[in-house]
Design a protein around this ligand. Sequence first.
Ligand SMILES: [Zn+2]
Length: 440
Amino acid sequence: MSSLLITNGHLVTLDEDDRFIEGGSIYVEGNKIVEVGEIAPGTYTPDRTIDARGSLVMPGLINTHHHLYSTFARGFTPPGPPAQSFEDNLKNLWWKLDSALDSEDVYYSALLAIMHAARAGCTTIIDHHASPSCWDGSLDQVERAFRDVGLSGCLSYEVSDRNHDGEGIEENERYIRKCRDADDGQMAAMFGLHALMTLGTKTLDRCADIGNSLESGFHVHAAEDEIDVKLTMDRYGRRIMDRFLDFAIPGPKTIFVHGIHFASRELDLLRSTDSMLVNAPESNMNNGLSVAPILDMLKHGVTVGVGTDGMSSHLISQARAMYLHQRTYHRDPTVAFVEACEILLKNNRSICNRLFREPRGVLAAGQLADIIIPEYVPFTPLNAASFYGHLLFGLSFSRVRTTIARGQVIVEDGHLPHLDEDAIRTHCAERAPAIWARIT
Ligand SMILES: [Zn+2]
């Protein structure tokens, strides 16, 4: 079993007491943390020692909603007139891009984004995948990318009726069973659904039957734009949460994404069913959508997380965007600072820990050894009282020097030494024109 000792770090443990340990050490064996604190020299004989050189050391970050398939959209302009609405944007860009991907594109799209995530200090990603031209086995391609980089992933295929009825149902079922039977805990699975606006009754019924019998939880966009609310009301005479409740979709392992247009009563339903809500402020801004009532959601007792929704793989910038977005929306300079940081560091952790076997997100004995060392030596006092200020105003602009995922060093001096990054980027640059050419 490999072992690793990190010494001389400002440890941000994020444990129950929010302990900060100056000049602290962490000892890791296999993929687990064994000891955290002041470890006397010679206590262990590790395979490797990393001197953190007075840098901050903290748990790896967790992304609770991503679309790794979106990578090849970088720099692409959809053909035809500019999108005039949220629906246009889905139809003109995202539903054409995902259809243009073949099986190898799915792998490389995920690989590039996961590499970027690792370099930005993220060690676990909850992904929502779609590739209608090659859905069968597509989650295995995404998993292959996770295993090549070394991060943990929770995967789902977003079922919809947009190309043909129930597309992706079998892929979710197959992959959920595969993860349940796997020996290791690196990968997890949920039952993915696109959104009520693209799911008919027959499909939703089948998904609910399978997902509930497998107890996987569901991962679904909800109330992202008014069109989702309107179509659900026009077709079924139901508010979104009522419609989901009709199919027993809510529950402690289910993630609803965005939730911008949930009514107060629907937030109560989220709370009473112990469901999770993940928002992605940069994505909402990019789509010209309304601002999610994050503070109201928290007041209702909802577990709120933050994800990147395919915009990037950089999480601290998302928390910063959430903080700035809420302050602008409320025209109030006193709100959302603590909330945005806790959503990123604490709520994302509790969301993730409902879905994976191995606990993570704390520097403590017994936790998964997901640890990052940002290239950030503080020049003002760093302690429990000042840490969130360092997070949003300093760490958001800092490179990550070292990322340790599942006990393995996968980023060193900002690079991934076990992968040929230049060759991967060159190969992707060669694939991209063919993908773009298939989007018409
Ligand atoms: Zn999304």
